[in-house]
Structure formats: structure tokens, C-alpha cells
Design a protein around this ligand. Structure first.
Ligand SMILES: NC(=O)c1ccc[n+]([C@@H]2O[C@H](COP(=O)([O-])OP(=O)(O)OC[C@H]3O[C@@H](n4cnc5c(N)ncnc54)[C@H](OP(=O)(O)O)[C@@H]3O)[C@@H](O)[C@H]2O)c1
Length: 262
């Protein structure tokens, strides 16, 4: 535990109920991942973050940030293996309470439109499948012992587009998210006897950089709640799935979309 956190915990014994818990989260540098790190750090979690960018002290106020950041391109399988070693070294034999597989990519055509099954290059398919689908599996498998030691929780970030065609999201992206939803079910089955829960969250339209600029304007009127969601609303559900409040929940996919799937 960071020495500042120890002092703080002594002064405010009820303010940081999750002190001593550790999470690994991919795609922490912005969007849903960034909001999730903020949400968890508020209650005392230690967070090991992963993304391609170096740690940015100005945007990320959490304490052990630079020391607990792993710079990795998840599209590179060799880099990913090195990152798993690095994460294990940072854990140093301690249990891992949560793994949030949040990083994802959604390539568009050069004109910014949906990349359909007719035009998606094979290289794009391979990159999307590696980042959105294989990396979550390899991370969960690579950190299995640490997760089992904590009776931890894995949360995979899927998408509403895994179950329907979307005007902006492409074929490779949609396929990778459908596969990740299936993988969640399979891993929940395989990991449950070891005390590890595995769930998914499927956001609809959330205000982040991954969205096409016209999404809010075009799609919000079609959503029953008549608005797009915020990263903080997604972070809250991830928190629920990593907390004891969901201790008997595994193998499920929670829709976070204001009723868009109805
Ligand atoms: N926003 C939505 O409406 C929405 C809807 C459904 C599902 N989702 C899913 O939610 C997750 C987060 O999305 P978001 O909207 O927050 O996206 P975002 O704002 O584009 O952020 C994506 C994050 O993933 C990281 N990342 C991307 N490629 C990476 C790579 N190759 N290696 C390591 N890290 C990588 C990025 O960090 P670096 O650039 O530093 O690497 C960034 O932190 C994604 O899985 C996305 O598919 C989002």
C-alpha cells in the first residue's frame, strides 16, 4: 500500500473500503477506461493500467500511476507476453482482485464510414481480433493464478454491436465483440470452479473518442432514454461486477444502453 494511502486510511477508516484490492485495466488513457480507473481509485483500489501511451500525470491523478503503468500495444502478441510478465512483477506474488479488459479498436474507412465485410482488409481483421478478442483471453489466462488467489473478477467490455448491425461500427469490430461475449460465457464456465467470476458489459452509445462525431445527433433520438451514456455510468456497472455486491453473478453480459437494445 502506498504510504499516503496508509496515513489516509488511518484518518478515514471508512472512506476507502477497498484498500488492499488490486485491478488490472487495459485502455486506461481515455474514455470508459479512464472513468473506470477514477471510480475505483476513489475507494482505494490499486490499479495497474495498460495502454499504448505513456502515463500522463496531468490527466491521471491516481497516486501510484507511473509506477503501475504498463505501456503496451495489445495488437502485438510478443509485447503482450512481455506486458504480462511486467504485470506479474508489479504484483510480486500478491493476489489480483479484478481484470478489466476494456481496450478496444473500431477501425473505419478512410472516409470515416463503416467498414463492411466487403471491404475490410485481412490485416485489419487480424488487428481487431488480436486487440478486442485474443488479448482479453491471453491476459486472463496469463494472470489466472493471481486472480484465483483473490477469488477475483474478470470484466470484458463487449458492445451492443455484437448482437446487431450498426450504422457506424464495422464488421470486424462487431464480430470481435460477439466472439468476446461467447468467450465470456466459456471462461465463466472454466474459471468458476477456481473462484473467479467472468462477466461482460455491453455499452451502447457512450460519449468517448471511439464514437463517430454524428452518433449523438443521429442516434440519441432513437434511444428510448433519448440520450447517449457517459463513461461514468459504465464505470459504475464495472464497479458493481468487481465488488462483493455481485458475488453470485458470473457468465452474464449486462447491457448499458438506455434501452437501445429493446
Ligand atoms: N464508446 C462507446 O460508445 C462504446 C460502445 C460499445 C463498446 N465500447 C467499448 O468500450 C471500450 C472502451 O471504449 P472507449 O469508447 O472508451 O474507447 P476510446 O476512448 O477509443 O479508448 C480506447 C482505449 O483503448 C486503448 N487502446 C486502443 N488500442 C490499444 C492497443 N492496441 N493496445 C493497448 N491499448 C489500446 C487506448 O489507449 P492508447 O491509445 O493509449 O493505446 C484507450 O485508452 C472498447 O472496448 C470499446 O469497444 C465503447
Amino acid at each position: 500500500m502506498h504510504p499516503h494511502a496508509q496515513v489516509y486510511a488511518h484518518a478515514h477508516p471508512h472512506a476507502l473500503p477497498d484498500l488492499g484490492r488490486t485491478m488490472v485495466l487495459t485502455g486506461a488513457s481515455r474514455g470508459i477506461g479512464h472513468a473506470t480507473v477514477r471510480r475505483f481509485s476513489e475507494t482505494g483500489w490499486r490499479i495497474i493500467t495498460c495502454s499504448r501511451q505513456p502515463f500522463n500525470r496531468q490527466r491521471c491523478p491516481w497516486e501510484e500511476g507511473p509506477d503501475d503503468h504498463v505501456q503496451v500495444d495489445l495488437s502485438d502478441r510478443r509485447e503482450l507476453q512481455l506486458a504480462i510478465h511486467d504485470i506479474k512483477a508489479k504484483l510480486n506474488g500478491k493476489p489480483l482482485h479484478a481484470l478489466v479488459n476494456n481496450a478496444g479498436i473500431s477501425p473505419k474507412t478512410s472516409a470515416g464510414s463503416r467498414m463492411s465485410s466487403l471491404v475490410t482488409p485481412v490485416e485489419t481483421w487480424l488487428q481487431v481480433i488480436q486487440v478486442n478478442f485474443l488479448a482479453p483471453m491471453l491476459l486472463a489466462r496469463g494472470l489466472f493464478e493471481e486472480l484465483a488467489a483473490a477469488h477475483g473478477s474478470v470484466v470484458n467490455v463487449t458492445s451492443i454491436v455484437g448482437s446487431r448491425v450498426h450504422p457506424f461500427a464495422g464488421t470486424a469490430y462487431a464480430t470481435s465483440k460477439a466472439a468476446l461475449a461467447c468467450l465470456t460465457r466459456e471462461m465463466a464456465h472454466d474459471f468458476a470452479p477456481h473462484g473467479i467470476r467472468v462477466n461482460a458489459i455491453a455499452p451502447g452509445e457512450i460519449k468517448t473518442e471511439i464514437l463517430s462525431p454524428e452518433t449523438a445527433e443521429r442516434l440519441a433520438p432513437t434511444i428510448p432514454m433519448r440520450r447517449i451514456g457517459t463513461p461514468e455510468e459504465v464505470a459504475e456497472v464495472i464497479y458493481f461486477l468487481c465488488s462483493d455486491a455481485s458475488s453470485y453473478v458470473t457468465g452474464t453480459e449486462i447491457e448499458i444502453n438506455g434501452g437501445q437494445h429493446l
